[in-house]
Design a protein around this ligand. Structure first.
Ligand SMILES: C[S@@+](CC[C@H](N)C(=O)[O-])C[C@H]1O[C@@H](n2cnc3c(N)ncnc32)[C@H](O)[C@@H]1O
Length: 277
């Protein structure tokens, strides 16, 4: 057996004990560390001592529970690569559903479309939308965390996007009252205090608490959105809000004054609520 294959098998055996190990993660670890395309890893007969040391340094972090995307400070989302760090939530696969739905809606509209992405974090939702439409979309992204906004700004440059307004705001507080949007997107913190305690360490220690916890029952942000949305949505506007897998009943009630439609994620869980006036 090649030395490289033997080395990879050794890493795999160690990584497999992790609760959140995913298939072929060892290849990703090596590929990202050495900046080598995955397909080329096994073409190498061996790794140099220096290369092995660099891999092992990161393996040690991974074995302590740190997710690979936090180790390498990048995450793939909606076909794009976003910079991330421990001050932002690592973008989740299921959030792509929300982006897909918003893009479908914007595609149907003629002329400029004004979009607001609240609780933007890394900017993954708003910036994926803007990247898809470029000039057709006027985008405002906002978050209460300055450190998250620094990451979002980095992603604006990384994606080469222009004219994105970045606003530090506690939810709708700093938006002008006469400012109305065609589309509002938001993936708010929605974990309850109790559920937060049961989250795996890979989430609790590496995603910021402020990005996860939505009050005692996890519903505080939905209540805030429900109170304010009518003031910031145009007459024919739509809002796309992510919800937790078990929050359909609660959010259906909280948003009872709006027209509502629920969209499921790939696992069959209700994941997005689409609201209109
Ligand atoms: C679940 S994360 C979503 C991040 C990103 N939009 C995504 O989907 O990956 C929630 C975000 O809400 C922000 N946040 C928390 N409290 C807030 C508040 N009161 N006003 C605005 N943003 C807030 C956090 O800083 C965090 O970036």
């Amino acid at each position: 057996m090649q030395n490289s294959k033997r080395f990879l098998n050794k890493i795999k055996t160690q990584m497999q004990v992790l609760d959140d190990y995913s298939d072929n993660e060892e290849y990703l670890l090596v590929s990202k560390t050495l900046d080598l395309p995955m397909g080329k890893i096994l073409l190498r007969d061996n790794f140099s001592m220096n290369e092995r040391q660099r891999i092992i340094k990161r393996l040690k972090r991974r074995l302590k529970g740190e997710p690979l995307n936090k180790i390498f400070e990048t995450a793939d989302f909606y076909g794009l690569e976003f910079s991330i760090n421990n001050f932002v939530l690592a973008p989740r696969k299921e959030t792509e559903i929300l982006v897909e739905q918003a893009i479908k809606q914007i595609s149907k509209r003629k002329g400029k479309v004004k979009v607001l992405d609240l609780c933007t974090g890394s900017g993954c939702i708003g910036l994926s939308i803007k990247n898809n439409f470029k000039d057709k979309v006027d985008l405002v992204i906002s978050d209460v965390s300055n450190k998250a906004l620094t990451v979002a700004k980095k992603n604006i440059s990384k994606l080469g996007l222009n004219d994105v307004v970045v606003l530090r705001s506690n939810m709708f507080e700093r938006l002008k009252v006469d400012q109305k949007f065609d589309i509002i997107t938001c993936n708010p913190p929605y974990v309850s205090y109790k559920d937060y305690e049961t989250l795996p360490d890979s989430v609790k220690f590496y995603d910021p608490k402020i990005s996860l916890v939505g009050g005692v029952d996890g519903l505080d942000y939905y209540k805030n959105i429900s109170r304010n949305l009518k003031n910031f949505l145009k007459k024919n506007g739509k809002a796309f809000i992510e919800i937790g897998y078990n929050q359909k009943k609660d959010t259906d009630l909280i948003f009872k004054d709006y027209k509502r439609k629920f969209i499921k994620d790939y696992s069959g869980n209700d994941r997005v609520i689409i609201l209109s006036l």
